[in-house]
Design a protein around this ligand. Structure first.
Ligand code: PLP
Length: 382
């Protein structure tokens, strides 16, 4: 019996079932904490948590137990000191740039092969606040070094494996150039995932992920993460969560945390499948050129017939591989970079960068690779 008065049914309907004692057993998987706010027994505790004197959740835009579990799991596998999750990969890229102390007059030295939206974020939004961006081919390290010495950038930013030509970044060399010139190096590790590459262990300062891709892996949740090697970045990264507000939803945090558990087995299978596919298409008479870095789960092919129509025809004929604007999922998907990720570039720029009309990017899934190969063969031959 409690000494609480018996309240009206409307009141009991509102408060019933809430804020009870949690079960004694430890749940084996992290529950989805949908609660927006957290209450404590006394105002003093709430005051201490607001003031940072005591650890605790208070409001989901500031932090949430489900999201925190994901952040900790990704921080651990990336071997960083701190991780923060955001609503999408782009929100994470934005957060990493904001947390890097860019100010009016700062310069960013960016890889010319960056994901198009990242380049546009720098050129269309950061530029309005006086941040200048210069792009350079990160595969030409002499040029990168030259530009870094000339511009003394605040931030250097590149991707582990570039899109769609799958060039691999020499992260250690970039770290050296960044250190020589007082720049901070941000690596977008989306295409490799921490299973294949851990840029922080090579000396990068921050890693960014579109968790929408390999970390989640099932095309059912969008999300992004930033992991920093330095605990000192925590306040700036948390500030972006609190003040910009693009935090990861708790349902998505749950999906991505679940996806993470199978990242290793998915990646093993996808990499093995990609290797088989790359060696098969290299021999195919309908294919002119194959881009495959020897590791990872992406393979880009250039059809012999060098037109957009040929690429579209090939893609339309696929019956198993999915035409979709993403990558890193359990199913094999195909994308036409010239009309999708690199649509906004001028045709001349695209040609200069090697993003030709006959190029098709394949994100290899976990299916039986013989079925994927058979689908690609029939689409090439019909
Ligand atoms: N970084 C890379 C390398 C990407 O490929 C993408 C999306 O395709 C992003 C960032 C942005 O991620 P999101 O779509 O989750 O915002």
């Amino acid at each position: 019996m409690t000494d609480e008065p018996k309240r009206d049914i409307t009141t009991r309907l509102v408060h019933g079932g809430e804020r009870g004692t949690l079960p004694e057993g430890k749940s084996v998987s992290t529950p989805i904490y949908t609660s927006v706010t957290y209450t404590y027994d006394t105002m003093q505790e709430i005051d201490q948590i607001f003031g940072g004197e005591k650890q605790g959740f208070i409001y989901t835009r500031y932090g949430n137990p489900t999201t925190a579990a994901l952040e900790d799991a990704v921080r651990d596998v990336e071997e960083g000191a701190v991780a923060c999750a955001y609503a999408t990969g782009m929100a994470a890229v934005h957060a990493a740039l904001l947390a890097s102390d860019l100010k009016s007059g700062s310069t960013v030295l960016a890889s010319q092969d960056l994901y198009g939206a990242t380049t546009s974020l720098l050129n269309n939004i950061f530029t309005n606040f006086g941040v200048k961006t210069t792009t350079v081919d990160y595969n030409d390290l002499t040029l990168v070094r030259e530009k870094a010495r000339e511009l003394r950038p605040q931030v250097m930013i590149a991707e582990t494996i570039s899109n769609p030509l799958l060039k691999v970044c020499d992260i250690e060399a970039c770290v050296e150039i960044a250190r020589e010139n007082g720049a901070r190096l941000i690596i977008d590790n989306t295409f490799a995932s921490p299973y294949l590459c851990r840029p922080l262990t090579l000396g990068a300062d921050m890693v960014v992920h579109s968790a929408t891709k390999y970390l989640g892996g099932h095309a059912d949740a969008m999300g992004g993460l930033v992991v920093s090697r330095d605990e000192m970045d925590a306040p700036a990264l948390v500030s972006v969560m609190k003040l910009v507000g693009g935090v990861l939803g708790v349902w998505e945090a749950h999906e991505i945390l679940r996806g993470l558990k199978t990242l290793g087995v998915r990646m093993d299978r996808q990499c093995e499948n990609a290797k088989r596919l790359a060696s098969h298409v290299r021999e195919h008479t309908g294919i002119g050129r194959v881009h495959y870095p020897g590791l990872g789960a992406l393979v880009s092919i250039e059809l012999k017939e060098s037109t957009k129509d040929a690429a579209f025809r090939f893609m339309d004929r696929l019956k198993l591989c999915v035409r979709s604007t993403s990558l890193g999922d359990v199913f094999t998907s195909v994308l036409h970079p010239a009309t999708a990720s690199h649509r906004d570039l001028t045709p001349t720029r695209r040609r200069e960068w090697g993003i030709v009309d006959e190029l098709v990017r394949i994100s290899v899934g976990i299916e039986n690779i013989d079925d994927v190969i058979a689908d690609i063969d029939q689409a090439l031959e019909t």
